[in-house]
Design a protein. Structure first.
Length: 118
């Protein structure tokens, strides 16, 4: 499975941005897709995830009510709609795929930079 993340860029605080993650290869083996982020000098952290079939979503507390994860099964693409962004959201955002409903992720994309100016 290959993952291609896109949509990052520079946005002002309070603005919006939508990230995309296109999956290719043996996507039928994917059970779950997720978004993670890593800010300079910090460890990578979980942002949101979605189950491919059921559409069940999970969010980190710091993005609840602001970010929305969704998927387009026909396009094998997952989105992260980011609203009301804050400077603290500045990070490289990575998408990931897992063959299992729980546990670690098996495949990772290359990351896309999101920079929020104050």
């Amino acid at each position: 499975v290959q993952l291609q993340a896109s949509g990052g860029g520079l946005v002002q605080a309070g603005g919006s941005l939508r990230l995309s993650c296109a999956a290719s290869g043996r996507t039928s083996s994917n059970s779950r897709m997720g978004w993670f982020r890593q800010a300079p000098g910090k460890e990578r952290e979980f942002v949101a995830s979605i189950n491919w079939s059921a559409g069940t979503t999970y969010y980190a507390d710091f993005v609840k009510g602001r970010f929305t994860i969704s998927r387009d099964n026909a396009k094998s693409t997952v989105y992260l709609q980011m609203n009301s962004v804050k400077p603290d959201d500045t990070a490289v955002y990575f998408c990931a795929a897992s063959r299992n409903a729980l546990g670690s992720y098996d495949y990772w994309g290359q990351g896309t930079q999101v920079t929020v100016s104050s």
